[in-house]
Design a protein around this ligand. Structure first.
Ligand SMILES: NC(=O)c1ccc[n+]([C@@H]2O[C@H](COP(=O)([O-])OP(=O)(O)OC[C@H]3O[C@@H](n4cnc5c(N)ncnc54)[C@H](OP(=O)(O)O)[C@@H]3O)[C@@H](O)[C@H]2O)c1
Length: 372
């Protein structure tokens, strides 16, 4: 039998839950009114980052033009169509980076474009994969479509922290910190480079350099922001775990063992494993859009542990996974991100290492560790 005091407590809880929901609905309606006519384009909308970004943009009331390669792919389309606001403000377009003019239609009439898509190899292509030429041609063409549209004010390019390696040019070790002045030398090699990661780093570096050139020429008045994102973890709207979430969890589980090598590669390149929560990374994208004016390169990472620190956290907090000793190794302390450029512009990170790893584990459990 439940006591009177308990009943009162539950009643108060119920009222405040209702108030919470009402507040959420009120916020959603307000945002919808404020941003209703603003159209934005997200390329690679069904990716891990792209889909969470679309969710946040719709929630904030924007009209979203979302691109993906195949509108018939139910696994990719269903999570997007299920988002709050998608029924009236989400429009899907088919576009492929290997046919970059295909993005033009989705960009037409938009004020902001988020270029999130990046070439990914099919399993049989990995052995001699080099996507640089395609990625650079695509980013050039997308920037030209923005300029030609006459409506796009800013292009926000989802860059990677892997283009900001902190290695000294003579290869004798690390600089003290990494920041926006660092560029990964393309002739540099790292013990855990493989054909995929090398192709990825080269294509991200060359595409980022290409798109940032627009800020020098000021062609068509288009502003370009490159957001150099760290390894992303946290929750997902997709029905499977993304590779970056699996990499964050690679010491816990052997589902894709080689993704632990990705943590090692990050540490070889950057002296630590820079991380960022999915919600922070998407808020940062939107922050870069909502600023009255913004150009240039911005590092986006909230925490830089070593893989040893990550492994120890997992071992202490998730003993049930029985982590193998081979995953608890490496330097105690790492190189930090020396940049506060994004924070100095007014951005605030909300998720620390603990919240990021806990949310990633909770998400993996909810999805029963399913992968693509
Ligand atoms: N996740 C991270 O930790 C992380 C960190 C730093 C930067 N980034 C950057 O963030 C972006 C998204 O990463 P993610 O991990 O979220 O991606 P993801 O989940 O692995 O998805 C890859 C995306 O790229 C698209 N894509 C691949 N080949 C394409 C092609 N030929 N034409 C058009 N689209 C193509 C896919 O589109 P389809 O749906 O059509 O297949 C998909 O949307 C990328 O630019 C990546 O470099 C990611």
């Amino acid at each position: 039998m439940i006591s009177k005091t308990e009943q009162n407590k539950l009643h108060i809880q119920e009222i405040s839950n209702c108030r919470g929901i009402k507040k959420e609905i009120f916020f959603f309606i307000q945002m919808e009114k404020n941003n209703n006519m603003i159209k934005v384009c997200v390329t690679g909308a069904s990716s891990y980052i792209g889909s969470w970004l679309v969710k946040k943009l719709l929630y904030k009331g924007y009209v979203v033009h979302a691109t993906l390669r195949n509108k018939g792919d139910v696994m990719k389309v269903f999570p997007l169509k299920s988002l709050l606001g998608a029924d009236t403000r989400l429009k899907l377009f088919e576009a492929d980076l290997y046919n970059p003019e295909s993005f033009e239609e989705s960009i037409q009439g938009c004020e902001y474009v988020f270029h999130v898509a990046t070439p990914m190899p099919a399993p049989n292509e990995i052995s001699n994969w080099d996507p640089s030429k395609a990625a650079v041609t695509a980013v050039k063409s997308i920037a030209q479509s923005c300029i030609k549209s006459g409506t796009v004010k800013r292009l926000i390019y989802t860059a990677s922290v892997m283009t900001t390696a902190v290695v000294k040019e003579d290869g004798t070790g690390f600089k003290d910190v990494f920041d926006e002045d660092c560029w990964t030398p393309l002739d540099c090699t790292f013990p855990h480079y493989d054909q995929f990661t090398k192709g990825y780093v080269h294509s991200k570096t060359l595409s980022e350099k290409e798109v940032l050139k627009i800020n020098e020429t000021k062609e068509g008045g288009l502003e370009v922001v490159a957001l150099n994102c760290a390894l992303v973890g946290g929750d997902t709207v997709l029905s499977y775990l993304s590779d970056s979430q699996i990499a964050c969890l690679s010491q816990l589980t052997a589902i894709t063992p080689n993704l632990y090598d990705h943590l090692r590669l990050l540490q070889e390149m950057l002296g630590s494993v820079p991380l960022i929560h999915i919600d922070d990374v998407c808020e940062a994208h939107i922050f870069c859009m909502e600023k009255p004016s913004m150009t240039g390169r911005f590092l986006c990472t909230s925490t830089c542990p070593t893989h040893l620190q990550m492994g120890k956290y997992m071992q202490e907090n998730y003993p049930e996974f029985d982590i193998e000793e081979k995953f608890i190794e490496g330097p105690e302390t790492g190189i930090k991100c020396g940049s506060t450029k994004l924070i100095d512009s007014g951005f605030e990170y909300k998720y620390d290492l603990k919240k990021l790893l806990d949310d990633t584990v909770a998400c993996a459990r909810r999805l029963a560790f399913s992968t693509k």
